[in-house]
Design a protein around this ligand. Structure first.
Ligand code: HPA
Length: 311
């Protein structure tokens, strides 16, 4: 797919994928009353595919569809992202799960990255998005393995013209000029904090601003410092395109970051310094992101499952 599709091609691609999914799901809806159309989409972030273990295994058993079988869906190419759509039930609430997300840095256009949301919206049942991600901590108070409920975002590529709503507008879905001052649903955020308290989760749950960068490089020190100065609390390479498209569809959004590493904001070691701090100190790695993801992922899974109880 090219960067910008005209409206008729967008509509055609969306309808084709929706028809494919309906063809698989409809017989299940008919066969068992227990299998209801999902009201909520959960997107699993890096290392957070374990959320799928919270799907009910037999009431009804989940239906798993690989992205590569769905027309127009791109494949997930990143370690820690499996690439399947799973329809089932979590804590009694019907749900669809994206086990593995699509990123712009993999070479996907923002239309392709957010295509699953468009397709599910076309199918007409989903109206909640729960999105999770791994993020770097920018706020000095944040530590690796803390959690952050997103209450606002900085869309750095979007401010510079790489925006998921760029191009012809799907008027039947949402407005041309979408307000994002209310992007992160207050009731859902309150629910998340309530569940965090009820579950007595020990790791901190902050509330803050997520900064979207395109990646795939981790930030330089100067970039991390800039993000902190701009008011960002965490930084990552995902989430914001999906949130924007979900809001365009009129869905409610809850977004949760797992802080997998802390970003380095101090100036680099100087060549003029007699005993410089080693330059590699604090350097981010994908292995660290996945490792810390593993440590905190149980809490994330339990939190999401508890929220699902009420959706
Ligand atoms: N920067 C950008 N994306 C990330 C980071 C980071 O430090 N950690 C996890 N995802």
């Amino acid at each position: 797919m090219s960067d910008i599709l005209d409206v008729s091609h967008q509509r055609e691609a969306i309808a084709k994928a929706a028809a494919y999914l309906s063809g698989i799901l409809e017989p299940h809806f008919k066969k068992t009353a227990k299998f209801e159309p999902p009201r909520t989409l959960i997107i699993c972030g890096s290392g957070l595919g374990g959320i799928s273990t919270k799907l009910s295994i037999d009431n009804p058993p989940p239906i798993t569809i690989p992205y590569q079988d769905i027309p127009g869906f791109k494949k997930s190419t990143v370690p820690g992202h499996s690439g399947t759509l799973m329809f089932g039930s979590m804590n009694g609430s019907p749900v669809v799960l994206m086990n593995g997300r699509l990123h712009g840095y993999e070479g996907n256009t923002l239309f392709e990255t957010t295509f699953p949301i468009r397709v599910l919206n076309h199918m007409g049942h989903v109206h909640n998005l729960i999105v999770t991600n791994a993020a770097g901590g920018i706020n000095a108070k944040y530590q690796a393995c803390d959690l952050m409920c997103i209450y606002d975002h900085l869309n750095i590529p979007g401010l510079a013209g790489q925006h998921p709503l760029r191009g012809p507008n799907l008027d039947e879905v949402g407005p041309r000029f979408l307000a994002l001052s209310d992007a992160y649903d207050l009731e859902l955020r309150k629910l998340l904090f309530k569940k965090w308290k009820e579950l007595k989760i020990q790791r901190p749950l902050h509330e803050g601003t997520y900064t979207f960068v395109s990646g795939p490089t981790f930030e330089t020190r100067a970039e991390s410092k800039m993000i902190r100065m701009l008011g960002g609390d965490a930084v990552g390479m995902s989430t914001v395109p999906e949130v924007i498209v979900a809001r365009h569809c009129g869905w409610r959004v809850l977004a949760l970051s797992l802080i997998t590493n802390t970003c380095v904001v101090d100036s680099p070691a100087s060549a003029l310094d007699e005993s410089p701090v080693p330059l590699e100190k604090g350097k981010a790695t994908h292995a660290e992101v996945l490792e810390n993801g593993k440590i905190a992922s149980n809490d994330v899974q339990n939190l999401i499952a508890a929220v699902m109880e009420e959706l």
